[in-house]
Structure formats: C-alpha cells, structure tokens
Design a protein around this ligand. Structure first.
Ligand code: NAI
Length: 506
C-alpha cells in the first residue's frame, strides 16, 4: 500500500509536534522535525525514541520496526530542509501573528503540490491561510493530546481549502491509525465546541448554590456515566488553559449566551488556584490524589411517612414501582393526606414552581430527577425547595437510600443537575448540526473519541428522549428567562423523530 504522503515535515517540536511526528513515522513516512529551538528537536526525538522502546517492551513493536521508525524520524536544521516534503504540519505557538508569516514562508520552501496543515486549536484556519498565495492547499489538522493515544483528528476546511486537500489529509489520518472527522472552520471546530456545555453548565449550577463541586461531579458520573466530573476535568486541564478557551469561544461567537463563561473560573484563575498541577483547584491534591469532602451520611429515620406522587411526575409508573420495591406506604388519593411526603418529578421546572402550580404544600414537597431511568443510574438525586421541612427531606433521603443506592440532596433549581447539563450538551450539539459544522455522524465520532463521553451527544438525547430534553429546555427558559436555554431549531425539528438518525438532512 502506498502512503498518501511519504515525506512529511513537522514544524514545532513541543508536546503536539512530537506526537504527530511519532505517528507519522510509525505509519511509514520519512519525517523531518523542525523547531526554532534546536534543543527542542533533540529532546523530542529522544522522547519519541523512548516511547518506541516502551512499545517494544510491551510487545507492540518489534526490534526491526523500532529501528525503521528511528531511521525515518530526522531532525531538520532549517526550514529550508523541508523543501521535498509533500505535507508540512505546523504545531508551533498558538499565535496568529507567528503562524501566518510561517505559512507564507513555507509556501516558498515546499513544492507546488505540497499540502500545508495547521494543528491550531483556537485560531481560524482561514486567517492563517490568508497570507498564502495558494490558500487552497492550506487546511486544519487538529490532533488531541497525547496524539498517539487520542485517536481522532479534525480535518478543517478553511474558506478556500480544496476538498481534495481535506480528502488526502483524511486518508493519511487513517494510515496513521486515526479516525478523521471533517469540520468547517468555525470557533472550537467540533470537539472544543461540543465540549462547552459540560463545564459552563456545571459552573452555573454551583454559582447558583444548587450543589457543591464534589456533589455535581458525583451526580454526573453516577447518573450519566461520565468518566470524570466537570470539576475533576477542569482540574486536570487547568484553568490557565480552559478559562481562556471558554472566553475565546464565547467572544468568537459574539457573546452567544450558550457559551457564557463563569466568574468562578475567572476568580480562581486570578488567585492561582488553577488545578491539579498547582496542588489546588476545585479540589486539593495530596500526592496527586484529590481530597474530596465525604458524602453526607444517610439520616436515620424511624418512621417514614406515606408517600404521594404528583399526577404529572415524569416516569410516574416507574416511580410507583420503585417506591413499592423500597417498601414505601403509597397514597393513591387525588391529593396528599395531611402528613404525606409529596413527590414531584419535573423536567426543567424548579420544585417551588411545581408546588405552587399543582397547589401542593411546599413544606412537604420534594423533587426527584427522573430524566434518566432509575435502573440505569448509580445515584438518585432529590431536590428540596426553600420551604421543605428537614424531617421531610431526611425521610425522603432515608427512603430512597433503603436499597443501598447513593442519594444526593440538592437545592431547588430549574432542571436538577443531570437534566441541565445533559440538555445543554444536546442543545449545543444540535446547534453544531444546525450550523452544518459537520455531519451528525462525525459529531458523534469526534465527541466520543475526543471527549470520552459515554455516548455521543445526539445518542444521549435519543437515549433519554428528545421530547424530554426539549421539555427541560423550554421550562428552563421559563424559569430563568435566559436565552442560553432556547432550543436549537435543529433540536426542535428532530424532537419527534430522533436526533442520531444518520440520514441526510431534509
Ligand atoms: P508547545 O509549547 O509544547 O510547543 C511549541 C513548540 O513550537 C516549541 O518547541 C517552540 O520552540 C516551537 N516554536 C515556536 N515558534 C516557532 C516557530 N516560529 N517556528 C518553529 N518552531 C516554533 O506547544 P503545543 O502544546 O505542542 O502546541 C502546539 C500547537 O498545537 C498550538 O497551536 C496549540 O494550540 C495546538 N494544540 C495543542 C494541544 C495541547 O493539548 N497542547 C491540543 C491541540 C492543539
């Protein structure tokens, strides 16, 4: 099989350039690595060599393969050495004023048919290509860190990029063992755009006093299956990296409310509380381990009152079944008796609003989040309203913990934790489809590989019901009057037929 590019140049020998050089050499290309700091090239080649030694130890490469790879990876002393390269991938400092002149200079070095690609994560590919005589040959090639392990790459078409250029980059990505996805040149491309909701909605929940950092993380991991909670994730990437990304995407979309960052991260960044690498972020780290506050204990309650369930509760039949299994005394009257614990299960609405609208006694009213079916979760989430009596809260907590499942009790808010974060993720993903930044299929691939979500965002919407997600958003908009919760037209149109249908758009 002949390779799409047999000779490849990589400019910038930092974390990303080194990883790209490694997988290109592994694919069989001769790779020339250039950096303005010659010692960076030496360091990168030594680092990649030791990666190959490790792969050999693990039996993933044999001696001959390692030697061949080492022979193919060569230092370049000057940019002019890249003259014979068929592809040059740039991975230098993230500055337009440095990248743009580099691309113009590269055009004078390489041959007529060579392709020039940028690994930028936040700049416009169109702007980088604008200084070139032939911007048709310039594309984005956005890898993720660490490159050899993160098996997805976004191939980005600038305004003038030839389709053939993207097709060749996609073929080469496959030859390197990566999955290419195709994106239009828009802020954040696919992955960094789709990833906006998780952190910003979680921050908003904490800033409203709904729950603390650890509780929000526990809920999203146990109810939805995320590997890392949003705050653990922000601690890992560190706020000096992620806060500017949140601001940049928000500003590049001209203050679109869906991407609005939060003062919590601005303030913590200013205070140097940036994450794991500084020893303290949303959590404190001792010997690299997060020091999490313990979970509140399950209250001991002698006598649990009878339970009445609102006629409008989501998943009402399932809730009755669950209550039966937990051994609750269930009331079936038109309205709750005088001492009944009153359960509501709204989508999007806050518990206070539901109590008022349904004429329930708020002091005895508790909400439960049933967007995700109980059998599919490892945690139940209850919400009080400001009037809820502590004996009622404790009784509900004790009842729902009877079978040993974890229970979190949060404060009243529109949409609980899971509903809000999931709805925000599905809505932003839908808007990516609406803007035709990529196909629904590539969106799902990019997010599952690039962000390691348990499901693609569209599949997530389908799993828990597009109509339910829409209901959450409509009601959240009513509760908050905030345009960030307005549903994308794409989600509204797909609400009845499903989101992850892979047929061509109507
Ligand atoms: P880095 O700081 O580790 O490495 C950058 C390298 O480029 C340095 O060795 C520097 O000496 C060299 N350099 C700077 N100006 C140069 C020039 N004019 N010519 C040649 N070499 C030059 O940076 P990193 O993290 O590898 O990022 C590189 C690019 O990849 C940036 O555009 C970044 O936004 C993007 N990116 C970074 C990711 C990450 O997680 N670190 C993920 C995806 C993209």
């Amino acid at each position: 099989m002949s390779l799409t590019f047999s000779k490849v140049g990589v400019v910038g020998a930092g974390a990303m350039g080194r990883g790209i050089a490694q997988i290109a050499a592994q694919a069989g290309s001769t790779v020339l690595l250039y950096d303005t700091q010659p010692q960076a090239v030496d360091k990168a080649i030594a680092e990649v060599s030791s990666q190959w030694a490790r792969l050999q130890e693990k039996g993933r490469m044999d001696d001959a393969q390692v030697r061949a790879c080492r022979d193919r990876l060569k230092p370049a002393g000057a940019l002019a050495d890249l003259a014979g390269c068929e592809l040059v991938v740039e991975a230098i400092v993230e500055r337009l004023d440095v990248k743009k002149p580099l691309f113009a200079e590269l055009e004078g070095v390489v041959g007529e048919t060579a392709i020039l690609a940028t690994n930028t994560s936040s700049l416009s590919v169109t702007a980088i290509a604008a200084g070139c005589k032939r911007p048709q040959r310039v594309a984005g090639y956005h890898f993720f860190n660490p490159v050899p392990l993160m098996k997805v790459v976004e191939v980005i078409a600038g305004l003038k990029t030839d389709a053939e250029v993207c097709a060749r980059l996609a073929s080469y990505a496959r030859e390197m063992g990566h999955t290419p996805v195709q994106a239009q040149d828009t802020p954040g491309f696919i992955v960094n755009h789709a990833g906006r909701a998780y952190g910003t909605e979680a921050l908003r929940l904490v800033s409203e006093g709904v729950a603390d950092f650890a509780t929000v993380d526990r809920i999203l991991k146990d109810q939805v299956g995320f590997k890392l909670g949003p705050f653990e994730l922000l601690d890992l990437t560190a706020l000096d990296v992620s806060h500017p990304v949140m601001e940049s995407i928000y500003r590049q979309y001209y203050d679109e409310p869906r991407y609005r960052p939060n003062v919590i991260t601005a303030q913590r960044l200013a205070g140097g509380v940036v994450g794991r690498k500084s020893g303290e972020g949303f959590f404190r780290y001792v010997d690299g381990k997060a020091q999490l506050p313990p979970e509140p204990a399950v209250p001991q309650v002698e006598d649990i009152p009878p339970v009445w369930v609102s006629t409008r509760a989501a998943r009402r039949a399932e809730l009755f079944q669950l209550l039966k299994e937990l051994g609750a005394k269930i009331e079936t009257g038109q309205s709750p008796s005088l001492n009944a614990l009153t359960l509501v299960a709204p989508l999007g609405f806050d518990i206070t609003t539901v109590a008022v609208v349904e004429r329930l006694d708020p002091a005895r009213t508790i909400g439960i989040d049933l967007l995700v079916d109980d059998a599919a979760t490892k945690r139940r989430v209850l919400a009080t309203n400001p009037a809820t009596r502590t004996d009622m809260r404790d009784a509900a907590h004790a009842l729902f913990a009877r079978d040993g499942k974890a229970v979190s009790v949060i404060r009243d808010s529109g949409g609980f934790v899971t509903q809000r974060v999931v709805a925000a993720i599905v809505n932003i993903a839908s808007d990516i489809c609406q803007q035709r930044i990529c196909t629904p299929k590539d969106l799902e691939t990019a997010v599952t590989l690039g962000l390691a979500y348990p499901l693609g965002p569209l599949a997530m919407g389908d799993r828990w019901g597009p109509a339910n997600i829409l209901e959450v958003l409509f009601n959240m908009q009513t509760v908050y009057g905030d345009p960030r919760y307005r549903p994308s037209p794409w989600l509204r149109r797909r609400g009845a037929i499903g989101l992850s249908l892979m047929h061509e758009e109507e």
